[in-house]
Ligand binder design. Sequence first.
Ligand SMILES: Nc1ncnc2c1ncn2[C@@H]1O[C@H](COP(=O)(O)OP(=O)(O)OP(=O)(O)O)[C@@H](O)[C@H]1O
Ligand SMILES: [Mg+2]
Length: 236
Amino acid sequence: MTADTPFIHLDSIEKTFSNGKLSYHALKGVNLSIDRGELVALVGPSGSGKSTAMHLMGLLDTPSKGRYLLDGLPTSQLTSDERAHWRNEKIGFIFQQFFLLPKFNALNNVVLPLRYRKEKLENPIQIARDRLADVSMLPYEAHRPYELSGGQQQRVAIARALVSNPDIILADEPTGALDSKTSADVLDLLKEINQARQTTIIIVTHDHHVAQQCDRIIQIHDGLIVDDSVSTGGSS
Ligand SMILES: Nc1ncnc2c1ncn2[C@@H]1O[C@H](COP(=O)(O)OP(=O)(O)OP(=O)(O)O)[C@@H](O)[C@H]1O
Ligand SMILES: [Mg+2]
């Protein structure tokens, strides 16, 4: 879209979860703009609304109120096909628990998103192999998840997130299940991807060291952004 339209733009976003009589106001009016190529940390206490915000940005859920513009497009106007297209081809997701399919080896886990695409690609296996190589996991292509360490599984999950060449990577506690050394390696990999591909990356984290290495730290508290500042740690 136009140069002055932020890539990701949340305007007075609210989210209320209701089940029966109970309702919970998880986001209470979030205003946020993120440009292409930013590396952002989203931090805050448990239950503050971080994952809820990620799910909305990733089009996995819809806001109760407010407007979400993605690349200048009001997402409320997207058809379900268009939402699926964004989720499958333009947004990569990474989670704390990796969520690799246990019956598939690393290569087949990574190739899977390409199998769901509408337009079929000429050589999806080669693309998946290239992405495994990017995360130094090609030698493990035939291993199933249970034959890999946590850090290796997360690398495969990162390769899977990259296989569609997404514009955005949303990572919810990507280092939460890893020891500090492996966590640093995974973060370095995400930083490399951000710099090499200009992929917009948003990382939810409880880890101060992880947040400090992002360019910008957004703090959320009780459903509201309470601080949004340039990180003093820097990414390079
Ligand atoms: N599907 C849901 N139904 C009802 N309440 C929900 C639902 N999802 C989240 N909530 C509530 O919304 C609030 C925010 O949840 P969210 O998962 O966004 O927190 P979080 O900041 O990611 O926390 P954590 O750091 O523990 O992962 C919590 O109080 C949670 O119980
Ligand atoms: Mg969460």
